[in-house]
Design a protein around this ligand. Sequence first.
Ligand code: PRT
Ligand code: ZN
Length: 285
Amino acid sequence: MNKLRIALQKSGRLSEQSIGILEECGIKFPNGGGKLITESPNFPIEILFLRDDDIPQYVEQGVADIGIIGENVLTESKKNLAIVEKLGFSSCRLSLAVPKEIDYPGLSYFMNKRVATSYPNILEDYFNLHNIKATIEVISGSVEIAPSVGLAEGICDIVSSGSTLRSNGLKEVEKVFTSQAVLVSSGSLDPAKQLILKKLLFRLRAVNNAKENKYILLNAPNDKLSTIEKILPGMNSPTILPLAKEGWCSLHSVIRGDKFWDIIDELKEAGAEGILVVPIEKMIL
Ligand code: PRT
Ligand code: ZN
């Protein structure tokens, strides 16, 4: 039977969440064993475990049908792959950083300087866009020590919390690129594989929509309902159920998780009581 082959990072920052998101989609995998290829017993999918930098090439050549990588790796690879879905984890940025004691004058600082990075293509495009002529020193790891050992006057590297930069006496001065994990495809799948991908995407979206949203329940006097409904930026009209208590009802709706703290005071002022906000496990739109 036809199976969709997905390339995932073997071990690293993307691995756990890549497998995790497939598991949340109800797709099971045999446990560990250090295998480089494995298949699911309950979904027509095979996993190929690779170094993340190799994934674009495998997908471009059709050895894997789809893959999960950081957008930074995708763009750096210059491979012609389509982003099928942004997955919302492993968010980071690629930034320029300089020694913290530098009185940074703006991008002109980098003119005729040496900048160490593992992302020469992204950096070159960025410098070209801003008309900066600099020498890009390509190194594959420990980029942040380049200024202190005299290899470069600045670096361009992945930043997440910023603590690696700080502990190496550097400061972030420009954001070059923002990234998150993405599902990529070469765009040339046969109809049977396209159908499997469609099923996978349906599940992925249900999982990700659920993560972004919360289910809210509250009690309110009937005469305050219309005010409360206006405050709730729900996806559809809320569900309203009468309470045993005369003149009161219970209102249920879905809100974006990040909006809750913006509206809680308004809801209370409008007369809402007994407010519950609960996570949603899957959400089909
Ligand atoms: O072995 P393989 O080649 O497969 O893995 P890798 O070592 O190349 O990559 P890995 O596992 O380190 O990262 C995989 C992907 O995770 C990256 O391509 C990014 O898309 C994403 N990601 C998210 C990160 C980070 N956050 C991150 N913080 N990748 C690397 N870092 C490193 C960064 O290089 C720097 O050394 O963490 C340090 C900075 O972190 P903070 O928190 O101190 O700022
Ligand atoms: Zn890598």
